[in-house]
Design a protein around this ligand. Structure first.
Ligand SMILES: Cc1ncc(COP(=O)(O)O)c(C=O)c1O
Length: 278
């Protein structure tokens, strides 16, 4: 596997990174996950904009975002990705000694790491749907930044795996925010609901695509919080992300949602989504 680190393309076992990298010591960095359809980066401009917002929010000066696209395509080529690629891109504040919480006094150059892998979409999840569990949202109050500080997501995800579920959905003060690595949607009376954009959720690119599709298909939607206590008043649920696309949710904790596969509206969106990317 060939990886990209700070200007160099190297074999996995040749790569070296400083233990003083602030990504390693403080999770002082941001990331993006992007995928290809037909070998082309999907919504690259949206991902780039979000990356720039994340970098600005944590005050990392990195002015070379325009070079990333070329590097990614070269990495895809170098790794001989057969079908579609999932790209992981991480930028940290860089390495500096001694370890200090405040930004290093001497200017550091950001550490840029990019990897690509063959994307494996679990097709059966689209057909059968997945179980999710609810977890208290104990994350910080800047979930709009795609920070590499992901411990609450890691722990919630592990809980999901142990409960045989495909995702953990966060609940903050009784309101559903989003999944540990996805956005969350519910449908009631043919209207699609999802949490509004704010500091409490990530501005998901797939979420944006789904809302665009709702407009195109003339499906009503509302960016409003879904109350965890009201879940049973909705009849369809799905999650979205770059890697999971639109994945129907058929069980929430012990509650088996009536629909045993994608519900009607979810099905329409799934179909439209696949049409868009095919
Ligand atoms: C917390 C969180 N919400 C939502 C998403 C979905 O975002 P996107 O559709 O841009 O992949 C992710 C993806 O990593 C995420 O980590």
């Amino acid at each position: 596997m060939i990886l990209y680190l700070n200007g160099k393309f190297s074999e996995f076992d040749k790569i070296k990174i400083s233990p003083y990298d602030r990504g390693f010591l403080f999770a002082d960095g941001v990331y993006e996950a992007i995928r290809t359809y037909h070998k082309k980066l999907f919504r690259h401009e949206d991902h780039l904009q979000r990356l720039k917002r994340s970098l600005n929010a944590i005050r990392i000066n990195f002015n070379e975002t325009d070079t990333l696209e070329k590097i990614i395509y070269k990495l895809i080529e170098e790794n001989k990705i057969k079908n579609e690629a999932l790209i992981y891109l991480q930028i940290t504040r860089g390495a500096a000694f001694p370890r200090t919480h405040n930004f290093p006094e001497e200017k550091t150059s950001p550490t840029v790491f990019i990897s690509v892998q063959d994307l494996n979409i679990k097709k059966e999840e689209h057909l059968k749907g997945i179980k999710v569990i609810l977890q208290e949202d104990v994350r910080w109050l800047r979930c709009d930044i795609k920070s590499i500080s992901l411990l609450p997501a890691v722990l919630a995800n592990q809980k999901a795996v142990e409960a045989n579920a495909g995702e953990a959905i966060f609940v903050r003060n009784g309101l559903i925010t989003e999944g540990s690595r996805t956005n969350f949607f519910a449908v009631k009376n043919n209207t699609v609901f999802t949490a509004p954009l704010s500091n409490l959720i990530l501005d998901g690119i797939t979420r944006k695509v789904v809302l665009e599709l709702c407009k195109e298909l003339e499906i009503n939607y509302r960016e409003e919080f879904i109350k965890a206590d009201d879940l049973k008043t909705y009849n369809e649920f799905f999650i979205t992300s770059t890697a999971k696309e639109i994945t129907p949710v058929v069980q929430i904790d012990n509650w088996k949602v009536k629909e045993n596969s994608a519900g009607k509206i979810t099905g329409l969106l799934l179909q439209a989504f696949h049409h868009k990317v095919s």
